[in-house]
Each structure stands twice: as structure tokens, then as C-alpha cells.
Write a protein that binds this ligand. Structure first.
Ligand code: SAM
Length: 329
């Protein structure tokens, strides 16, 4: 996206770099803005503020009367983005709300907003969260077992790993990491308790993993624990359900996901309006859904972006437009 805010003027050199910071590089920035913004004077929600890259791009793309409400549950992200976006905060084109996007309907209601023209969800964790050893998200760094995006939350990875029943632990790794060795790893974790650091957990997982599969197993297990600690799929389901009422007719929903569990939900929901992906039809055989898909296949990062920002390799962007359906008609 061109920082001047001209939606048609694509900066073909390295558009994603325009909004990158040392905190986080926003992925698919140009495609997000092009696909999400239908009214330059509209009200948009960035449900995952992070380092504020997408929010900055949105603010540049909108006219002076357009505005953004940005949400994050991580105080570090809010502090960092607030510095970067100070001018937009002071002229009230931007409001930042601390909270979970699973509570989006009540957060917006408390801010006096009932409907918006677009909603962006760039799921998962930021590069900064992963890179901070103290946050305990990464198996590559030594740190306390934590993984809470919201540091005010009582339950973290340490409680999960050390207090959960073996069968529940297995279930977490199987369901959220699609980990084939979940049973063996759960047994080894229980035997090795207490496990208080990322390093010790990584050691247990590496020992239980089939030879040559250590890196993939570690990634799956850490992902599974992170998803469970932050209830990532539950809150995603909640915001998707609420988005039908929150987004005005003609407004859009853009979702960037980074693994198949998220992308499957986004695909089903944007195709059918329900999380099961069940196609409903009226008496005449017309599909009943609140969404028109803007892209049937997910948009992915091109090679140039993938080289500069390896995190973009797994990104899948899906966008749909809210159309009249059910009670709207
Ligand atoms: C991938 S980063 C977003 C990066 C952002 N788009 C940018 O350009 O810098 C995801 C951010 O969303 C936040 N987040 C994830 N799940 C959340 C949730 N359920 N509620 C609120 N914030 C959430 C994380 O704390 C993190 O800061």
C-alpha cells in the first residue's frame, strides 16, 4: 500500500515494507487494504493491532473522515503501537481498545459503536511476542513457560503443562497441534514434571519425537499449547459469529490465518455463514449466506514477500462482503 493512501497507486517495489517496524512486519498489507476498504470515510476495526502496521496502512488508505478502532489484548502491543500512531490517536481518527476480540461486540458497544464498514483479523502472535524470550512463546529461546497474550490472565502454559490431566494434555496436542505422537509426549511430560521453562519442555518433546521430526514436532506442540492457553479457536468462533451483526451491508471481513485449524474455520464461515460449513438453501435452491466471497482461493504472499518476511509463508488471506440475508431482507 502506498503511504499516500491512494488505493489505486500500488507501490510495486516492496509495498509490504512500507509499514514494517522492528516490532512486526504486517503481511499481505496491500491485499488487505485493497480487499477490505470499500468506503474511504468508513469506520474500520483492526481486531489484532499488534505493532500497528495494518492499522497504519488503513489510516493512510482512508480519508480524513474515515477512522479505525484497533483492539489488542497485549499491553506491550498497545504501548508500542500507541507511540507509533500517536498523531492519529490525538486527532481521534484512531481509538485503541484493550481487550479480547472474542468480546468485540461488547467492546464496540461500550465505545458507542454498533456497526462498522470492515473488520480485519490478523490471527496469532506477533514477531515481537515470539522474539521476547520472557513471554515463553518460542521453543527456540530460553524463557519461563508462559505464552499468555494477555499478561493479566491467570492461566498460562506452566499451569497447563504441570497441572492438566495426562489425557487432557494429549487431547490439546492432538486437537490443536494435530500431533501424531500426542499420547507419548503427554506421558513424557507428566513424568518430567515440574516443567517450568521452554527449554525443559523442548527437551522432553525432542526426546519423544521420531528421529528427524524434532523441529516439526516442537512447532506443533508449542502451537497447540499456545492455542489452548489463549483459547484461540473459541474466541475466533465468537468473533466470527458476532461479525454478521457488526459488519454493515456492503462492509467486509478480512481474515489472515497461519495454520489449517484457523483457515478451515475462516473458509467455512465466509463460504456459508456458519462454522460447520453447512450450505443452507431456500425453497428455490438459492444459497442462504450473509457473505459473498471476494476471493474463493486464499490470497498468499508472493515470493519476494516470503523472502523478506518468512512469517508470510504460511499466511492465508480470505475476504468476504456482507450481503443482505435472513432478517436483512
Ligand atoms: C499477528 S499479530 C498482528 C500484527 C498486526 N496486524 C501488525 O500489522 O502489526 C496478532 C496480534 O493480535 C493480538 N491478538 C491475538 N489474538 C487476540 C485476541 N483474541 N484478542 C485481542 N488481541 C489478540 C496479539 O496479541 C498480537 O498482538
Amino acid at each position: 500500500m502506498n503511504p499516500t493512501g491512494d488505493l489505486n497507486a500500488r507501490d510495486n517495489t516492496e509495498p509490504w515494507l512500507n509499514y514494517a517496524s522492528s516490532y512486526h512486519a504486517p503481511v499481505l498489507c496491500h491485499d488487505v487494504i485493497q480487499g477490505l476498504v470499500t468506503r474511504k470515510d468508513g469506520v474500520y476495526v483492526d481486531g489484532t493491532l499488534g505493532g500497528g502496521g495494518h492499522t497504519a496502512a488503513l489510516l493512510d488508505a482512508l480519508s480524513a473522515s474515515g477512522s479505525v478502532i484497533a483492539i489488542d489484548q497485549d499491553e506491550d502491543a498497545i504501548a508500542e503501537a500507541s507511540k507509533r500512531l500517536a498523531p492519529a490517536l490525538s486527532n481521534e481518527r484512531l481509538r485503541i481498545l484493550k481487550g479480547n476480540f472474542g468480546d468485540m461486540a461488547s467492546l464496540l458497544d461500550a465505545a458507542g459503536i454498533t456497526q462498522v464498514d470492515g473488520l480485519l483479523l490478523d490471527l496469532g502472535v506477533s514477531s515481537h511476542q515470539l522474539d521476547e524470550a520472557e513471554r515463553g512463546f518460542s521453543h527456540r529461546m530460553k524463557g519461563p513457560l508462559d505464552m499468555r497474550m494477555d499478561s493479566g490472565q491467570a492461566f498460562g502454559a506452566s499451569e497447563l503443562v504441570n497441572e492438566m490431566e495426562e489425557s487432557d494434555l494429549m487431547h490439546v496436542m492432538f486437537q490443536y497441534g494435530e500431533e501424531p505422537k500426542a499420547r507419548r509426549i503427554a506421558r513424557d511430560i507428566v513424568k518430567a514434571r515440574p516443567i517450568l521453562t521452554t527449554e525443559k519442555l523442548a527437551e522432553v518433546v525432542r526426546w519423544a519425537a521420531p528421529r528427524g521430526q524434532e523441529a516439526k514436532t516442537l512447532a506443533r506442540v508449542f502451537q497447540a499449547i499456545r492455542i489452548a492457553v489463549n483459547r484461540e479457536l473459541d474466541v475466533l468462533d465468537q468473533v466470527l459469529r458476532d461479525s454478521i451483526d457488526l459488519i454493515s451491508l456492503g462492509g467486509r471481513l478480512a481474515i489472515i490465518s497461519y495454520h489449517s485449524l484457523e483457515d478451515r474455520r475462516a473458509k467455512h464461515f465466509l463460504r456459508t455463514g456458519n462454522l460447520e460449513g453447512e450450505i443452507k438453501k431456500d425453497l428455490y435452491g438459492n444459497k442462504l449466506t450473509p457473505w459473498v466471497e471476494i476471493n474463493r482461493k486464499p490470497i498468499t504472499a508472493d515470493q519476494a514477500e516470503q523472502i523478506v518476511n518468512p512469517r508470510s509463508r504460511s499466511a492465508r488471506l480470505r475476504i468476504a462482503e456482507r450481503q443482505a440475508f435472513g432478517d436483512d431482507l
